[in-house]
Design a protein around this ligand. Structure first.
Ligand code: ADP
Ligand code: ZN
Ligand code: ZN
Length: 820
């Protein structure tokens, strides 16, 4: 019987592809194994086996060329989770596959070929001319990509390559197959069975006259604990030489005598930093109560929301819950919205969970991520994972608990590329598939989650006092409109009140955080004569000025150029920098607080993991006194000595063109305020705004989350926004604006035939062109009780129709379900 495998390719394709399984490969192919297949004329890909069957397809199938994993590296439950994401977020499973696996596990570069070292070419004579040329080429070049081979003048090589591959003459290069390099160490062991005392005695006899060799032999026996039972008789080579203080030549002699054997042992990168495990903190009475309520709530609700004010000890409660899950033999996943948060938390968790903890995010190297992946495939590997949204895809075996910390955070939602999933919501689905529980935690829950809690869809637990009964920070307003009118303050300055408050805290040995939700030195550069503003060539946005680099950068496509010395529109040398971002505040802080070291944390200063860790640990240790940053510093960080937090540019937060702008402004400001006064004294927050009477500002002063929730909820209901409806945004992109406009009208009309007034648009989005692509947006708003599955089916039929239209084929059409 012939067998076939349906595989998932790392491509945005709507379906699975079927390949035949050559007999020799059959025993080693499993659902969830990676295989190498050819797709299209020239390319090889690493695909994932979805299922194996014997239904011969109607079309001719290609062979699976290689199996990379005799043991699957993806569990069936994960594959189902991929499919759920692809379906709900309206993308291909291939998109999900690309997001799910660390790149070390999915080589998809131009395939490199090499001669198979195990095969002897001379013995085989029946090569075609073309095959001979390919063999010659590879003999000379050692390795080459298929493209290079074709470029050398050998045309239409695919079938020859296939035949050579199948006859095992050439191979896909090992590096492609195993991009991941396990970490190894050189070890020494005895060449004979431990416990063979006769042999040991012989050795001693043998080495009697070779003093150094004898010394090394004895040192080995000591280190390997040879005569103590239960010890491995293996010793690290370097450690052995160091301990014995003897040269490598002596060791070689012992190896040559056949006493020692040297070999490579794979070691895990994970237990490199062996932590001393500490006991967890006792929960205080309020935390204990909340903990018990959560455990109770877990009994009858899949998802529970913990609304705990900043510094109430949510993290302590999480730690207890994780411990509980582990004691029941389950795994736990602790999700955080940003890498910035993992640094501090990793230390806090490692102190409790030691090497049962794995940390997973993109700033780790591929090898480190693959190590975590592999550890989860083992039976007694990692039990707790701390990670960002992509850690949902790790091969968990028996998940018992997912914690989604700072659940309101928008960074849980992936924007680009697909899958545009919300990790908070996907976490609930994943947890449910394991029968596990999800805990959402936040000091400022999203309106959606709080609404779900209030309407009993989720369990609900509150913790409204800070640990140590410290008061929530005092919030003061600096009315910038007033200050400007009186000419006390120019645009973008640190107000006198903020400067004064900061100074006094700094002088007492405290620290200051200044928050400005915009990076760059000055977002707006303008000609003072004619009003010309530098724009990106490829996008509909103004350029952002970066002082350190002295250049203008587009934050959408990365295009950069220098500020022109003369205005390209009017010719006058009057181009000036206006407004302010983090870089500008840094400069101002440096001159206002001369004696105190300043650090800045934003996308530009945290390109590497080291950079994050350094900025945070320097501030923790008091090496820096003032921390300036974007929304990166608003969340979750736990510093002890922050006395003052300054919020600059609250106006820009309040004025965002988005139905969630006010909710977000409150969350961000309340969160950053929460960094003040976490230990010891009440903190002090100064908000600079020209809208001092804004309801959100008032709610912030009173730390009135519920007031904010209630007033926002009324607006959401009035305008039919979530949580009363669900949204799907549809984007259509293309290089020709007219075609894009025509196609999006056509598509909106088609959708209206099914959804009627629920379809809005098409509209030109705020940024109507990015990277030379014109964009139109259609919005579908449907009732909560509409079936998401039905909606998706209708859209998917409409989409087939769309691409069947003349001239629409080259347009890009994609969806954003539950946009944030
Ligand atoms: P949240 O996560 O709610 O912002 P944290 O868990 O970070 O709050 O707690 C704030 C600070 O108080 C942390 O430094 C934490 O170690 C300390 N803390 C909280 N609860 C306890 C406790 N029960 N015992 C000792 N320290 C605690
Ligand atoms: Zn000008
Ligand atoms: Zn651009």
């Amino acid at each position: 019987m012939s067998y076939f495998a349906d595989v998932i390719l790392p491509l945005p394709l709507g379906k699975y592809f079927t390949y035949s399984i050559p007999e020799g490969l059959f025993p080693s192919i499993k659902t969830g194994s990676r295989v190498i297949v050819q797709f299209g004329a020239k390319k090889y890909y690493t695909a994932v086996v979805r299922n194996i069957h014997c239904n011969t397809p109607e079309y001719e199938t290609k062979n699976i060329l290689e199996v990379l994993d005799p043991r699957p590296i993806i569990r069936p439950r994960q594959l189902e989770f991929w499919e759920w994401i692809a379906n709900y977020y309206m993308c291909s499973v291939g998109d999900v596959y690309k997001a799910a696996l660390p790149s070390g596990l999915k080589p998809e570069s131009e395939t490199m070929l090499q001669l198979n070292s195990e095969c002897c070419i001379d013995e085989i004579n029946d090569f075609t001319l073309k095959e001979k040329s390919i063999i010659d080429f590879l003999t000379n070049e050692q390795e080459a990509s298929i493209a290079t081979i074709e470029k050398s003048g050998i045309k239409n090589v695919m079938s020859s390559i296939k035949s050579l591959l199948e006859r095992n003459i050439i191979a896909i290069k090992e590096e492609l197959r195993r991009k991941y390099q396990p970490k190894t160490q050189l070890c020494i062991k005895l060449s004979f069975e431990r416990g063979n005392e006769d042999r040991i005695r012989e050795c001693f006899e043998d080495l009697k006259r070779a003093k150094l060799q004898l010394k090394l032999f004895v040192t080995f026996l000591e280190m390997s604990g040879f005569n103590r039972p239960g010890n491995e008789t293996v010793v690290n080579r370097k450690a052995l030489l160091e301990r014995a203080n003897i040269s490598n030549a002596v060791l070689l002699a012992l190896i040559n005598k056949g006493i020692f054997v040297q070999y490579k042992q794979e070691i895990s990168r994970l237990d490199g930093g062996k932590q001393k495990v500490e006991k967890v903190h006792e929960l205080n009475p309020a935390q204990r109560k909340a903990y018990n309520e959560i455990i109770d709530s877990f009994c009858n609700k899949g998802v529970t929301l913990l609304h705990g004010v900043t510094s109430s000890g949510k993290t302590e409660i999480y730690i207890h819950l994780i411990k509980h899950a582990i004691e029941e033999g389950k795994q736990a996943l602790f999700l955080v919205p940003e890498i910035a948060l993992t640094t501090q938390l990793a230390n806090r968790l490692a102190r409790v969970f030691g090497n049962k903890l794995g940390v997973y995010h993109s700033k780790f190297t591929d090898n480190e991520r693959v190590d975590i992946w592999n550890s989860l495939l083992k039976d007694n590997g990692i039990q707790v994972v701390l990670g960002v949204r992509s850690s949902l895809f790790l091969p968990f075996k028996n998940l018992g608990l997912i914690i989604v910390d700072e659940e309101h955070e928008t960074s849980y939602k992936q924007q680009d590329p697909a899958p545009r999933y919300n990790a908070r919501n996907a976490a609930m689905i994943l947890a449910a598939s394991f029968g596990a529980k999800t805990l959402l935690g936040s000091a400022t829950p999203s309106i959606e989650s709080y609404f779900n809690a209030k309407t009993n869809k989720f369990g609900f637990v509150e913790l409204l006092s800070r640990h140590g009964d410290i008061l929530l920070p005092k919030i003061e307003i600096a009315d910038t409109r007033e200050l400007r009118r009186k000419k006390i303050m120019k645009s973008g300055d640190i107000s006198p009140r903020l400067a004064e408050a900061s100074k006094s805290v700094l002088d007492m040995g405290g620290q200051v955080i200044l928050f400005r939700n915009r990076r760059g030195f000055a977002p707006i550069v303008e000609c003072q004569t004619c009003g010309w503003v530098p724009k990106c060539k490829h996008c509909d946005v103004s350029m952002t000025y970066h002082k350190h680099l002295n250049q203008l950068t587009c934050h959408y496509c990365g295009y950069t150029y220098e500020i022109p010395s003369k205005c390209p529109a009017c010719g006058y040398p009057t181009i000036e920098v206006k407004g302010f971002g983090t870089e500008h505040i840094e400069e101002e802080a440096l001159s206002a607080f001369k004696d105190y070291p300043v650090a800045r944390m934003d996308l530009d200063t945290t390109r590497s993991r080291k950079a994050y860790e350094e900025i945070i640990s320097d501030f923790e240790e008091g090496k820096t006194s003032i921390l300036i940053g974007t929304q990166m510093i608003t969340k979750g960080l736990d510093f002890e000595r922050v006395g003052v937090v300054g919020i600059l540019g609250a106006d820009s937060l309040l004025n965002m063109p988005d139905f969630r702008a006010h909710e977000r402004a409150f969350q961000m400001m309340e969160q950053v305020a929460g960094r003040a006064g976490r230990k010891g004294r009440q903190g002090h927050v100064i908000v600079q705004t020209s809208q001092a009477e804004h309801p959100i500002i008032n709610q912030l002063i009173n730390h009135d989350y519920k007031g904010m929730f209630n007033s926002q909820l009324i607006e959401r209901q009035d305008f039919s926004y979530p949580p009363y409806t669900r949204l799907i945004y549809i984007y259509i992109k293309g290089r020709n604006e007219e075609v894009v406009q025509k196609a999006s009208r056509w598509y909106a009309d088609l959708l209206r035939q099914s959804f009627g007034q629920r379809v809005l648009g098409p509209d030109k989005p705020v940024i109507g062109r990015v990277q030379s692509m014109y964009i139109r947006k259609i919005v579908i708003k449907f009732e909560n009780n509409a079936s998401p599955q039905k909606v998706r089916e209708i859209i998917s039929t409409a989409e087939e129709n769309f691409y069947a239209q003349n001239g629409f084929k080259n347009l890009i059409l994609y969806y954003d379900a539950d946009p944030m």
